[in-house]
Design a protein around this ligand. Structure first.
Ligand code: 5GP
Length: 201
């Protein structure tokens, strides 16, 4: 099976982590890239699982050495995708999901035009706000700032290939599986298979 690069965006609180957890447990040929960030680790997060938590100096060294597939500054911190692990997973035939914000997704679209972009949409702004507050890990200013950013990000959803509403986790996971399966079957991604069959006719 050929590899597939997928960007997965959505505002903070849209439920990206939960949806991805379920998606990955159900599908062993779908992998997620572990990003590098300079933001502070949240209490429940594990270094090397949720992110590689690094300082600005180390992040900038990786940029200079061309080791990042993309990176962006978001909310005062660097976030980026280390290139090498993504290449390895794609070459092994996996669909590799990059959970990244909208600027990063735009950069990837320019660099890799056959990427599939998916936007995870909260059912409403009210639901988004209560999910952000429910997390309880951030102060009022941070939450308000995230809501302002969320509105801007949602306006960018028009530019994505697919929009998935996270009304229930099961529905969102099923929609993403459908998208990935259909994208894998596109003739443009299966030219080798077609030539192979023709050669043997
Ligand atoms: P959070 O701080 O809530 O974990 O993430 C903030 C934003 O950064 C989210 O929209 C998340 O998708 C995005 N993000 C996480 N990793 C990366 C990355 O490697 N590159 C880019 N461009 N954005 C990322």
């Amino acid at each position: 099976m050929s590899g597939l690069l997928v960007t997965f965006s959505g505002p903070s609180g849209s439920g990206k982590d939960t949806v991805l957890d379920v998606l990955l447990k159900k599908n062993n040929n779908i992998k997620v890239s572990i990003s590098m960030t300079t933001r502070e680790k949240r209490e429940y997060e594990v270094d090397g699982t949720h992110y590689y938590f690094v300082d600005r100096e180390y992040f900038e060294k990786n940029i200079k050495e061309n080791k990042m597939l993309e990176y962006a500054e978001y909310n005062g911190n660097y976030y980026g995708t280390p290139q090498a692990p993504v290449d390895e997973m794609i070459n092994a035939g996996n669909a590799v999901i990059l959970e990244i914000e909208v600027q990063g997704a735009e950069k990837i679209k320019e660099k890799c035009p056959d990427v599939v972009s998916i936007f995870l949409m909260p059912p409403s702004m009210n639901v988004l706000e209560s999910r952000l507050r429910g997390r309880g890990s951030e102060d009022e200013d941070t939450i308000n700032h995230r809501l302002v950013i969320a509105r801007e990000e949602i306006r960018k959803a028009y530019d994505y290939d697919y929009v998935v509403v996270n009304d229930t986790i099961e529905n969102a996971v099923e929609s993403i599986e459908t998208i990935i399966n259909a994208e894998r079957l596109k003739s443009s991604r299966n030219k080798n298979l077609i030539s192979e069959v023709i050669r043997n006719v």
